[in-house]
Design a protein around this ligand. Structure first.
Ligand SMILES: Cc1cc2nc3c(=O)[nH]c(=O)nc-3n(C[C@H](O)[C@H](O)[C@H](O)COP(=O)(O)OP(=O)(O)OC[C@H]3O[C@@H](n4cnc5c(N)ncnc54)[C@H](O)[C@@H]3O)c2cc1C
Length: 440
């Protein structure tokens, strides 16, 4: 996804491109063909609503930027209500044919196993980056900075948390500053609530691992349901331990268990549920998590999961032009940068392709503003997210700087999302004009 879009964008800007794709010579456990732009699992690009949905807005931005992935998806659209579902084989065949027939692009069927010393490169090798290249990246970045599994705890919009039940406090009030002493958001449970929660957790539908996905995922990221299977009290001694915290709403009552959430972005609009990585299916997961007092009306920016996924600690390693700080001739794009999903990956390819092409032409393109969907994503992965807890992220409105002066509630949310997307569209058009001027 990302590599195809990057190559297309760079060629459109007048730069010659070589795509190095290891398939079909070297296979992955998920890809089935040698085509570029292969969709490995679902055939959905999710919502196509560019007024009320952040991924729909990303579609809109990529269409406005003459994106190859969106134009092939539109050409092979299947009926799916408000979602953009795609006929996967003709889609990938179109992507492949348009890239192969472009006079500025050549495709070389080979695996890259070392980091290139010179030339302008974009590494967009995805969640299933080959082992050889993974080792080379780790040798450059350090072991801790390249993960082979994600362990995503669910992420909640702060404005959907009921603060009449929850409160802010770090365990034992630890921290030098007031901000540190109130860094966590706490949700208390009585014994009955805890027991009901464990029952629901054990009964919930879980996703099975894909073949080839399992090895080694348990290191330090046990799913909560696996912890609960080991004993009903295990979570109370792990991520739900109730010690060192006092509920200001009921200071005399000792909570039986406490769920903690931690800020997930610099804006403070998103909170992740600490230690709550899970393989519960999405529907069941939302129901179970809303049993937590304070989260009864929670809206989720993303639900939890554990997958085979190669990704960088981008906030630490990449600059705002997606270049590896230690080797600026190499850019990263796509899922390996810590975005998640076909559309987000293609969007990061679009940016990397344009930025790399500009560089080849002796120019520079600034990143798009964080008020756009593409800009919100690049801002998140290259600095907005906390590097210490970085996990892959879908696009969502929690990544956008808030629009002031709009009230909450259901109607308010509709107006707010419309305000976000109106602002984004205007700013994206501005960025397109500006970046086109830069390379003219
Ligand atoms: C099992 C699985 C299921 C998924 N399901 C979904 C889903 O349903 N919906 C969704 O939106 N996202 C899904 N994803 C995430 C999905 O992979 C990404 O959204 C998207 O494909 C990532 O795009 P990308 O361009 O970063 O990587 P990819 O599309 O994977 O492209 C990377 C390319 O690099 C090639 N490559 C790897 N290493 C090398 C090397 N060393 N040299 C040369 N070429 C190399 C690969 O063969 C591949 O063609 C899934 C991922 C996995 C692993």
């Amino acid at each position: 996804m990302a590599g195809s879009e990057a190559a297309w964008q760079a060629a459109e800007m007048g730069v010659d491109v070589v795509i190095h794709e290891m398939r079909p010579k070297v296979a992955t456990f998920a890809h089935k063909t040698g085509n570029l732009g292969e969709m490995v699992c679902s055939n959905s690009f999710r919502s196509d609503d560019s007024e009320q949905n952040a991924v729909g807005l990303l579609h809109w931005e990529m269409r406005a930027a003459n994106g190859l992935i969106m134009s092939a998806a539109d050409a092979h659209r299947l009926p799916a209500g408000g979602a953009l579902a795609v006929d996967r084989d003709p889609f990938a065949e179109t992507v492949t044919a348009r890239l192969r027939s472009n006079p500025r692009i050549s495709v070389c069927s080979e695996e890259i196993t070392a980091l290139p010393d010179s030339g302008t490169w974009i590494l967009a090798t995805g969640p299933l980056t080959s082992a050889g290249l993974g080792a080379a990246i780790q040798a450059e970045t350090g072991r801790e900075a390249l993960a082979f599994f994600d362990a995503i705890a669910p992420i909640v919009y702060f404005d959907s948390i009921d603060m009449s039940k929850a409160w802010m406090q770090s365990r034992y009030d630890k921290g030098e500053t007031e901000e540190e002493r109130t860094a966590y958001l706490n949700c208390p449970m009585t014994k009955d609530q805890y027991e009901a929660f464990i029952d629901a957790l054990l009964a919930a539908d879980k996703t099975e691992f894909h073949e080839g996905e399992t090895a080694g995922y348990f290191d330090g990221c046990l799913p909560i349901e696996v912890m609960a299977e080991r004993g009903r009290e295990t979570l109370r001694h792990g991520p739900m331990k109730p010690v060192g915290l006092t509920n200001p709403h009921q200071p005399d009552i000792k909570a039986h268990a406490i769920v903690q959430l931690r800020r997930d972005n610099a804006l403070g609009t998103l909170y992740n549920i600490v230690g709550f990585q899970t393989k519960m299916k999405y529907g069941a997961q939302a129901d179970v998590l809303r049993m937590i007092p304070g989260l009864q009306n929670a809206r989720f920016a993303r639900l939890g999961g554990i997958h085979r996924n190669t990704f960088l600690n981008s906030p630490r390693l990449l600059d705002d032009r997606m270049r590896l700080k230690s080797r600026p001739n190499i850019r990263f794009a796509g899922q390996i940068t810590g975005v998640e999903g076909y559309v987000e990956s293609a969007a990061m390819g679009l940016l990397a392709g344009r930025m790399a092409a500009a560089e080849c032409l002796g120019r520079d393109i600034a990143p798009p503003p964080p008020t756009t969907a593409t800009g919100a994503l690049i801002t998140h992965i290259t600095g907005g997210a906390d590097a210490r807890t970085f996990q892959p992220m879908n696009v969502n409105f929690g990544l956008f700087p808030p629009v002031d002066g709009l009230k909450g509630g259901r109607r308010g949310r509709k107006d707010r999302y419309k305000a976000y997307t109106d602002r984004a569209k205007a700013d994206w058009q501005g960025w397109l004009r500006h970046s086109a001027l830069d390379v003219a």
